[in-house]
Design a protein around this ligand. Sequence first.
Ligand SMILES: *[C@@H]1O[C@H](CO)[C@@H](O)[C@H](O)[C@H]1NC(C)=O
Ligand SMILES: *[C@@H]1O[C@H](CO)[C@@H](O)[C@H](O)[C@H]1NC(C)=O
Ligand SMILES: *[C@@H]1O[C@H](CO)[C@@H](O)[C@H](O)[C@H]1NC(C)=O
Ligand SMILES: *[C@@H]1O[C@H](CO)[C@@H](O)[C@H](O)[C@H]1NC(C)=O
Ligand SMILES: *[C@@H]1O[C@H](CO)[C@@H](O)[C@H](O)[C@H]1NC(C)=O
Ligand SMILES: *[C@@H]1O[C@H](CO)[C@@H](O)[C@H](O)[C@H]1NC(C)=O
Length: 313
Amino acid sequence: MKIIIISVVLCIVSFTASYTDVPIIGILSQETYSVQHLFPNEKYDSFIAASYVKLLESAGARVVPILIGQEKDYYKYIVQNTNGILFPGGATWFNQSDGFADAGQILYDLALERNINGDYYPIWGICLGMELLAQVAVQGKELRAHCLSKKESLPLEFRPDFNTSKTFRQAPRRIIKILGTLNVTYNYHQYCVTEKNFTSFGLDQDWRIVSTNKDVYGLEFISVFESKRYPFYGIQFHPEKNQYEFKPSLKIPHSKEAVEMSQYFANFFVEETRRNNHSFIDWETEKNALIYNYPTHYTGIKNSSYEQLYMFK
Ligand SMILES: *[C@@H]1O[C@H](CO)[C@@H](O)[C@H](O)[C@H]1NC(C)=O
Ligand SMILES: *[C@@H]1O[C@H](CO)[C@@H](O)[C@H](O)[C@H]1NC(C)=O
Ligand SMILES: *[C@@H]1O[C@H](CO)[C@@H](O)[C@H](O)[C@H]1NC(C)=O
Ligand SMILES: *[C@@H]1O[C@H](CO)[C@@H](O)[C@H](O)[C@H]1NC(C)=O
Ligand SMILES: *[C@@H]1O[C@H](CO)[C@@H](O)[C@H](O)[C@H]1NC(C)=O
Ligand SMILES: *[C@@H]1O[C@H](CO)[C@@H](O)[C@H](O)[C@H]1NC(C)=O
């Protein structure tokens, strides 16, 4: 009897044990509208702000850039060989064919299919990337409202049941206190997702709202949401900026508490990506895919809001 029980336990453990200590995360690049002027002598197709790369690296992950405008097989390869995806913030439209939004839809559909089939493949959306996550979750329908929250640092307004959310159920009390009382979450967005559209577009079926905030006109927007079933998470504010962006006019909080809460989110998401064992076929292939193959450009010196960028042709 004992032996049977032990073997049943072992079975369950080995079924759920796929895990890696060395996660590699894909970051989706985006069109260069907001940064092309920084490079008068070069024409680039897409970029990634280095702050997102550093945020993930700070929690033990490495990064592979994901280009826009590629064939579906390319995105399939990315999902097969990485441990999760980040949709970053920035500034681009969702209506450009073969752009940020189309790539996001393909990646989301691939990730969803994997999770439905028992894999554990996380996606994290930050700011514009959170808006993208909400949009691709409703098959690409535009559901955002115009709203205005620029250079605004706010404490989260938690939903009463926030502490049962995946995002926060293991958060240290100190982090919850920081998030709930200090002006540390840095907002810089002109669109947002409201509870009204969250419900009317049917996101409330599979997703839950974890916290909200108000824009300068008092419009309430969703600041943290997560999928109920799958490891998909969205936050409207910018934890990467607390640690890695410094342009003074942006008024980004850099206090010890702001940095600690930023590190909480990085650690939370990267730990999620350790929960599958996808990997590149060998070390050489892995090395050739990493973002280390590209140089960073010091754009802070050109008065950009981004200290450093990765640029792709
Ligand atoms: C990943 O984990 C599964 C089951 O947990 C195992 O069968 C498979 O061999 C592992 N793959 C790699 C590349 O480690
Ligand atoms: C995308 O939307 C923006 C804002 O509504 C608009 O200015 C732009 O012309 C649109 N682009 C395309 C390709 O439809
Ligand atoms: C709902 O989404 C539409 C776009 O489909 C947008 O025009 C509208 O402002 C949004 N309303 C709210 C309350 O979020
Ligand atoms: C969640 O917070 C409420 C009070 O805000 C508290 O009563 C409850 O015990 C907490 N639950 C957990 C799981 O921490
Ligand atoms: C947070 O910001 C609001 C307005 O932006 C301000 O009224 C409030 O005093 C700030 N709180 C702290 C703790 O700095
Ligand atoms: C740098 O950018 C800020 C705001 O984005 C602007 O006010 C300032 O004039 C710019 N400085 C230079 C030297 O271009």
